[in-house]
Design a protein around this ligand. Structure first.
Ligand code: F6P
Length: 376
């Protein structure tokens, strides 16, 4: 380009999720109405530095992407800009990359850069902001682990997928009188496991936020059998720590400067299945739902949230409110400093009303606390 119009840059960074394209579409539509031109940087922040890669965004190439999963701009959750490595440690971005980014933004005449991402990607946005680059954040992640917003878009779609999986497992578990273990994503937050576990009629939900033991899980299976229910559905979050305190992951060490990344969580479901099978002598199957949770079309809730986020992000650029992230504080869409949002991770409070309701129904969390708090 660059065009004579003021230009808004857009990028999608981190793990993809349903609703990214809905944000892009909403941002472009509302930006065009305000007289902006739009460009989209490719492969997240990588598109901002050598080799700089971007595409024009207009009403034509963003038409009909509202319901499309993934992102037309591409994304990455590793690479030169990663600020989260290992088990979630934060690191600084190479100052040379920051200067290169500032130069690209300047040369392309970008008056505002909308960064759509999760905590790691917004931590990058914050460092860009500190460098004087005019950024605005949009919170996305299936994990729903960002502070200062009631929900991130993508979460509802992931929960719908995990709930559908549980609905399907329910019937086959009942037919075969089996224990079924479903491992879901969510990184260090148990939101997907908690919501899908409740919506899908799970019997045991294992979360990163509530320490649990194999004894308590097995006790729940036996309790159900005594009550005549010969099958049990266990939902386990990938970040639920093993009772010995360890996180189960691929052991990938943080890479070099060009391949920084976090460890890949996963495997706790199989461990739970094997241990329950060994202790109880029952047939147990483990299913890892994996990236199915990140794919497909966004739910109506996510489409509405993503659309509001996209439009509000453009408004923040228009009003010069850089360094802010859009957020959902029901019933309002507002904004908050990115620094505040990334400094407040949103994990499940063990006394959360959804946990209490689940306990009231007799759903176990593997911690031996089975009594309904309402019964006291
Ligand atoms: O943060 C989103 C997420 O899907 C997590 O729930 C999961 O742990 C991770 O990304 C998986 O990342 P990758 O696509 O690199 O395997």
């Amino acid at each position: 380009m660059p065009s004579h119009k003021p230009t808004i840059g857009i990028l999608t960074s981190g793990g993809d999720c349903p609703g990214l394209n809905a944000v892009i579409r909403a941002a472009v539509k509302s930006a065009v109405r305000l007289g902006y031109g739009c460009i989209g940087f490719l492969r997240g922040y990588e598109g901002l530095v050598d080799p700089v890669a971007y595409m024009p965004l207009d009403l034509h190439n963003t038409a009909n992407i509202l319901l499309q999963g993934g992102t037309i701009l591409g994304s990455t959750n590793k690479g030169r800009f990663s600020t989260l490595v290992g088990e979630g440690e934060r690191v600084r971005i190479d100052p040379e990359l920051l200067s290169e980014t500032a130069a690209t933004v300047r040369q392309l005449g970008v008056t505002g850069l909308i960064c759509i991402g999760g905590d790691g990607s917004l931590a990058i946005a914050q460092q860009l902001h500190e460098q004087g680059i005019p950024v605005v954040g949009v919170p996305k992640t299936i994990d729903n682990d960002l502070g200062c917003t009631a929900f991130t878009f993508g979460f509802d779609s992931a929960v719908a997928c995990a709930t559908d999986a549980l609905d399907r497992l329910h019937t086959t578990a009942a037919s075969h009188e089996r224990v079924m273990v479903l491992e879901v994503m969510g990184r260090h937050a148990g939101w997907i496991a908690l919501h899908a576990g409740i919506a899908g009629g799970g019997d045991v939900i294992l979360l990163p936020e509530i320490p649990w033991t194999f004894d308590n899980v097995c006790r729940k299976v036996l309790e159900r059998e005594r009550e005549g229910r010969k099958y049990t559905l266990i939902v386990v979050a990938e970040g639920a720590r093993h009772p010995d305190g360890s996180l189960v992951h691929d052991g990938h060490a943080p890479g070099g400067a060009h391949e920084r990344r976090q460890v890949r969580l996963g495997g706790i479901g199989e461990i739970v299945a094997q241990e329950v099978a060994k202790r109880l002598g029952r047939e147990v199957r483990a299913i890892v739902l994996g990236h199915l949770q990140r794919g497909g079309t966004p739910t109506p809730f996510d489409r509405v949230l993503a659309t509001q986020f996209g439009a509000h992000a453009v408004r923040l650029v228009h009003e010069g409110r850089f360094g802010d992230m859009v957020c959902y504080r029901p019933p309002h869409i507002e904004s908050v400093a990115i620094a505040e949002a990334i400094g407040t991770p949103a994990t499940v409070d063990p006394s959360h009303s959804a946990v209490q309701a689940a306990r009231a129904l007799g759903i176990g969390f593997g911690d031996g606390v089975e009594l309904s708090p309402f019964a006291e």
